[in-house]
Design a protein around this ligand. Structure first.
Ligand code: SF4
Ligand code: SF4
Length: 520
């Protein structure tokens, strides 16, 4: 075992723990998280780079859809009521795809939370990611924890003013970029950026950027952990999703207690002593300002930075990593039973170690098999089934639609030759970004009927070719006529059919032909 003198002791208070936290309206005690390093911190850097990269860069990706559709890969086109996502184009009547995605996101969140706890909060929540980004700036300008604490406590001076101005200016730039990136999802990004800087953009664009700049700066830069502690409902909701087999960041007091800053002296005096050397490294790195050794807390976002900090301490002490670790309640209880001889005595860390001083094989560890249980498999099954159904629906959806409105007043007209005519308004929807020629015909119970299309300049017939513009709805007026004595009933069902002349898609609509009672 190495000498504990190598361990840097930090004086860090858990200022945001429920037991020490100030009442809501008392001034907030600032948190100055120390920079952490380790596997989880590295993983967080990667997730941060990916999520920020996706958010800021996606509107600039191009996707060639031909001359009749925008070439922005991801675009919410509110004016034309379309959602473009690479090769997918969603029309308003296909909104169920978006609803399906939201349902999948919800079930995915259940799956992740029940399996690995608050991974969303600790790694990918926008609040976490942007606070992390703002902290990077703060550390780069003001220094790490001790330097920031010192600067904060120092009286105002030229240096302090300049430092603060630089920090807040960069924060504001990030906030403006964040608000700016958001509006690029709703219009062609290169054009909008040019319009925006020249003052030619619509007022709503400026208002959206102003609101998002203010919220990003306030929530990410100024309020930070207060958003998670007081404003976000998710920590409260997810408590219902966790069970004894969910992973949570846990201080393993069954090997850490009794903690001591003088472990060697205690051991020499024959006293039982745990692995925790009470260095407060785990408290100093915590962005939420809590002490994980106080047990599970609502404030903990499971970012695992305390694991990195403590693992660093254990490495220096030559002890096994994992004094703080991702653990399930089941494993924790099993290990606690081991350390307390089945709950018959106080924690004795010697009981979890073999005579050679290594952790006993009886100590329970997490494994993938434990994580994937019936509950998570059901979530995974439902999530996958919805996903597969959506992919199937997407691949087989029809890009040609037909809707028909029968004239109501009058429902039919008896012409001078005794024939009966019904009028219809047809809406033909071409949902692909290219011109199409479709053939309109009648099918079903009107074998002797003929049709005319208003404004086509063509004589009555059984079928008509109609040109459809790319990505557009076309409305036409159609008359269907049956000769005198041909109407077999007052209400006859038949179908309007449109078929792509290039082959493939077709759509139909069942309509009725109305005739007077006396016509049969
Ligand atoms: S206690 Fe640990 S895991 Fe929880 S928020 Fe603090 S550093 Fe992150
Ligand atoms: S749990 Fe680890 S990091 Fe925290 S005080 Fe104990 S030894 Fe230090």
């Amino acid at each position: 075992m190495q000498d504990q003198s190598e361990i840097i002791r930090l004086e860090a208070d858990a200022v945001n723990s429920a037991r020490t936290r100030q009442p809501l309206y008392a001034p907030r005690r600032k948190i100055f998280p120390k920079r952490a390093s380790g596997d989880f911190r590295r993983f967080k850097w990667i997730v941060m780079a990916i999520t920020l990269g996706i958010y800021y860069l996606t509107p600039w990706l191009r996707w060639d859809r031909g001359p009749f559709a925008p070439d922005q890969a991801v675009l919410i086109d509110l004016v034309n009521r379309r959602f473009y996502f690479f090769f997918i184009e969603i029309w308003p009547q296909e909104f169920f795809f978006v609803a399906g995605l939201l349902v999948m996101a919800g079930i995915g969140l259940f799956l992740v939370t029940s399996t690995v706890g608050r991974a969303w909060c600790g790694y990918t929540c926008p609040q976490t990611v942007w606070v992390d980004l703002f902290l990077v700036v703060e550390r780069a300008i003001e220094g790490d924890r001790n330097a920031r604490i010192k600067l904060d406590a120092a009286p105002w001076s030229c240096r302090k003013i300049v430092t603060r101005v630089i920090k807040h200016t960069i924060w504001l730039c990030i906030a403006v970029a964040t608000g700016g990136a958001w509006i690029f999802y709703f219009a062609d990004a290169p054009k909008l950026v040019a319009d925006f800087v020249t003052g030619a953009a619509v007022a709503s664009a400026y208002m959206t950027v102003a609101i998002l700049t203010a919220t990003t700066y306030t929530l990410g830069g100024l309020m930070r952990e207060q958003v998670c502690t007081y404003m976000c409902p998710w920590p409260r909701i997810q408590a219902a999703m966790l069970d004894e087999t969910s992973l949570t960041v846990t201080y393993n007091d069954w090997r850490g207690e009794p903690r001591s800053r003088h472990a060697k002296r205690m051991a020499l005096a024959g006293k039982s002593v745990g692995d925790c050397v009470d260095c407060d490294a785990c408290v100093a790195v915590c962005p939420m300002g809590i002490d994980i050794r106080d047990g599970q807390q609502l404030e903990c976002i499971t970012c695992a930075l305390c694991i990195d900090a403590c693992d660093g301490v254990m490495d220096k002490l030559g002890k096994e990593r994992g004094l703080i670790s991702y653990t399930t309640l089941n494993d924790y209880n099993a290990n606690m039973a081991l350390a307390t001889a089945g709950g018959t005595r106080l924690v004795n860390p010697a009981l979890v170690r073999d005579p050679d001083g290594r952790l006993s094989n009886k100590v329970a560890h997490i494994s993938l098999r434990k994580l994937f249980r019936l509950r998570t498999l059901i979530y995974l099954g439902v999530w996958s089934a919805i996903g597969l159904f959506m992919v199937y629906a997407l691949l087989t959806r029809n890009r040609l639609e037909l809707n028909v409105l029968h004239d109501r007043n009058p429902q039919f007209v008896v012409l001078s030759d005794g024939s009966i005519r019904n009028g219809y308004t047809l809406k033909l929807l071409n949902m692909v970004p290219r011109q199409r020629s479709v053939r309109l015909s009648l099918k079903g119970a009107l074998p002797a009927a003929s049709m005319s299309v208003l404004g086509s300049g063509k004589p009555e017939g059984g079928a008509f070719d109609i040109e459809l513009e790319p990505d557009r709805l076309k409305t036409i007026k159609v008359f269907v006529r049956q000769a005198a004595g041909q109407a077999a009933a007052p209400f006859q069902e038949f179908k309007f059919v449109i078929e792509d002349n290039a082959g493939g898609e077709r759509a139909d609509y069942t309509a009725t032909f109305n005739a007077p009672e006396t016509a049969q």
